[in-house]
Design a protein around this ligand. Structure first.
Ligand SMILES: *Cc1c(COP(=O)(O)O)cnc(C)c1O
Length: 437
């Protein structure tokens, strides 16, 4: 595809885009009456308009039924986690029984590690990606300590070559083999939050299983962003949040995946609560816990119905759009952003945005991350003033240098949005070079 930096070209792409209409199913943020170009869906996805109606319905049930809403509400709260299970399963490539919407991401990660990180004196290491999200690092280190090991020895980070932030699948597999039988668990992001690199989860899972480790993924930046086939890839466990690409609202309900082969395993240790107990017997208040089969058996507490109502509305849009079309648009939209930034770099090499996200579409979702020199923070702030919403992560010793992350999200971003990024970059750099003009 020969890309082009003209507005009419961008608009033509939007006209031909079968998913363009989904943009109008979301609340698009404004500032002082001006629309913003929102490229921060990797941090917090936008509000699906239908969510308000779904939440209203549950508030109405609560208002009119009180506790009877557990069974008499139009969507009985007692079974609320059933209502998004099928869609969720399609989004992550699982069987319905392998997923459940529950709790919050970091807490779920702990619960899953309780079951799947079971170190012994010989096999005790947990392998994580470079630049793992801080919460995951804290969770892993505390799990290791909880089992009596020293994180300095038991938490091992994949090593990148000097100066690089990403690494190849060959390097990952080689390092998995190198740790070999000392590896208890591999826990990686599906897509790294900082670099935007999409890892080959199938190959990593196979390599992990070959050395006898369990393999899990934190899909916070992958769920709703890239095609997933967790069941076929034989992944042991996974967890994600719903407020990033799944557009289910700040602090929204998270989700977990437990592969079918573990779903009936009553020997696996787990931390339990009443919502994981056999569903038809739950309200009998029995003493002995009998887990429901599948991921649902990992539930602890009753479903947070209000955030789950948002989640239902948000997930329905994924079914309507379909992951195949979404991925196809995502690849094009991100390639266009890559082009627009490369054009800018040619004009302003002294203010360049160096792309650290892989150029291979198979190794990324929609996010592109760009490394800057010490002009970075200034450029980022100027972009913000011109209505481009993206984010900034300092990196290294120079607080003015860092990484700008931009995520054109195929459900609600347009080619025109991306075109505007190019315009804003040119204007901001010109203004910064010539501040008196
Ligand atoms: C966003 C994100 C989190 C956030 O965790 P919460 O428990 O939802 O606050 C954790 N891990 C990763 C990889 C993330 O991207």
């Amino acid at each position: 595809m020969p890309w082009n930096n003209e507005l009419h070209f961008a608009r033509q792409q939007d006209d031909e885009d079968p998913l363009h209409r989904f943009r109008f199913r979301f609340a698009l943020p404004h500032r002082n009456g001006h629309p913003l170009v929102y490229l921060a869906g990797n941090s917090l996805g936008l509000l699906p308009l239908k969510a308000k109606q779904y939440v209203e319905e549950e508030l109405k049930s609560w208002e009119t039924l009180g506790v009877a809403g557990h069974f008499e509400a139009r969507n009985p709260w007692y079974y609320y986690h059933h209502f998004q299970r099928e869609t969720l399963a399609r989004v992550v490539g699982a069987l319905p029984e392998e997923v459940v919407a529950m709790g919050s991401l970091t807490a779920n990660l702990h619960f899953l590690l309780v079951s799947f990180y079971r170190p012994t004196a010989q096999r005790y290491k947990i392998l994580i990606e470079p630049f793992a999200f801080p919460s995951d690092q804290y969770a892993v280190a505390s799990q290791v300590r909880f089992h009596g090991f020293n994180p300095d020895e038991a938490v091992v980070e994949l090593q990148t070559q000097p100066g690089l932030l990403t690494l190849s699948i060959e390097e990952i597999v080689a390092q998995i083999r190198q740790h070999g039988e000392s590896l208890a668990t591999i826990l990686m992001g599906g897509v790294n939050y900082l670099t935007g690199q999409l890892f080959d989860m199938e190959v990593i899972t196979r390599a992990g299983h070959e050395v006898g480790a369990t393999v899990g993924f934190d899909l916070a930046h992958a769920a709703g962003n890239v095609p997933l086939r967790l069941h076929d890839w034989e992944v042991d466990f996974a967890c994600w949040c719903s407020y990033k690409y799944l557009n289910s609202g700040p602090g929204g309900v998270a989700g977990i995946f437990v592969h079918k082969r573990h779903g009936q395993d009553h020997v696996l240790p787990r931390f339990t609560g009443w919502w994981g107990h056999q569903e038809d017997r739950r309200f009998r208040m029995e003493k002995t816990f009998i887990p429901q089969p599948g991921a649902a058996g990992w539930q602890l507490s009753n479903a947070p119905v209000l955030p789950m109502a948002v989640h239902r509305a948000a997930l329905e849009l994924f079914d309507e759009a379909g992951m195949d079309l979404l991925r196809a648009k995502s690849e094009r939209l991100t390639a266009y952003l890559e082009f627009v930034v490369a054009e800018y770099n040619k004009t302003f090499p002294q203010w360049r945005l160096e792309q650290i996200t892989p150029t291979d579409p198979q190794q990324r979702g929609c996010q592109l991350s760009f490394r800057t020199g010490s002009y970075g923070q200034q450029l980022f702030e100027a972009l913000g003033h011109s209505g481009i919403v993206c984010d900034w992560r300092p990196l290294g010793d120079d607080p003015q240098a860092g990484i700008i992350r931009m995520a054109p999200v195929p459900l609600y971003n347009s080619f025109e949005d991306v075109w505007k990024v190019g315009q804003a970059l040119h204007e901001c750099a010109a203004a910064l070079m010539n501040p008196t003009a």
